[in-house]
Write a protein that binds this ligand. Sequence first.
Ligand code: AMP
Ligand code: GLY
Length: 451
Amino acid sequence: MHVLVIGAGGREHALCWGVARSPLATRLSCAPGNGGISQLAECVDIAVDDFDGIVAYCRAEAVDFVIVGPEGPLVAGLVDRLDAEKILAFGPSARAAILEGSKVFTKNLCKRHNIPTAAFEKFSDLAKAQDYIQERGGPIVVKADGLAAGKGAIVCETTEEALAAAEDILGGQFGDAGNEIVVEQFMVGEEASFFALCDGGNALPLATAQDHKAVFDGDRGPNTGGMGAYSPAPVMTDEMCQKTMERIILPTMRAMEQDGRPFKGVLFAGLMITERGPQLIEYNVRFGDPECQVLLARWQSDPLAALVAAAKGQLAGYEVDWSERAAITVVMAAQGYPGDYAKGSEINGIAEAEAIARVSVLHAGTQLEDGRMLSNGGRVLGVTAQGRDIRTARERAYQGIEAIDWPEGFCRSDIGWRAVEREEQAERDANESSVKNSDSVAMPMIFGDLK
Ligand code: AMP
Ligand code: GLY
């Protein structure tokens, strides 16, 4: 099977990595790809929004299956176009991708079907939005309706910040994506990323993950696309996963089907785990980046076979096997990201990092030029490692980071901190209880010894 992956980031490198190990794949291409992807796939210089170019390539090179990575071409209808051309593709139609394309659509769907999410109102009129914000007060969240490259949600501590955010967004900060805004209640809890593979009628939960959106250690500073991720997410217990499926994912699938928008592809629920259980923050209609990297690290059965089954509507009874090992990805970004940054600096030491057991370097924004690997984006590398627990995986990932020689880059030093704290606490608890147990069993033995 000739597989074409669409996209150029760390998520697409992870997808190519998964496809490349499938016995079903006889040829792998990626449009446009990046420096790392070019080492395992044929990169073709076609932009993700050049639908004519993509279709022409599929025809000329007998592509059997297309995996669409980013949301932009999904929302713009690439899968519809490929369907019309009778080319099998993984991803939702534009009518289904609206779950990510319009927050107003999703919030209304949640309201109609009692899917737990933050209370909200939508506005296109600034004065009305401001009245509502004044009435509610901060903290409160203001969001652009449409796609805004992950920057369209502003969490406002104060009423004043929220008033300004509403003015900026409705005033055109994100162009047409901000013609409408959603103003919603601020939720308190721990975030998690939940992924379900969907075939229109069935939804198969995948492994759980958690990402770190803020740029600096301690989850501080402005939000980015994601500075690191890990899987599994300890907050997503079996009970929480079941509640997420029952209360959020399955009602959404049913609603979309009833609405004539059956969802195929991967449904990514951004969740807030609150005292009342999982609440939907937002939907994405694609794999998360960098969550995809940790999922693919743990995906043991054939990932390509699963994506093909989803695209063909054959997920009923399907199972995916996951490695028991934990996985973590630490993102290395260009200094200045998520603000202005320079491109084109040389990166060395990737082979040395990959020589460490269970470490892989997935490229997010690189370019291979005359044998030199150059930075070519904000997020540049995702050093991905596995271990028996998050702590071990994390040690390996940071050993990988040490091996990489790229002075123009930076990373967070605390990826996975919540999970590591939990693991350390569990270890202390276990030690304490074994001390207690050994005390109680030791006593008779001491008396016995004295005899
Ligand atoms: P979104 O683009 O909707 O995923 O929002 C980006 C980030 O903003 C989320 O990952 C959360 O950290 C935060 N956020 C969004 N909505 C809320 C909310 N209602 N309450 C608290 N935090 C939120
Ligand atoms: N890491 C979050 C996202 O891909 O949207």
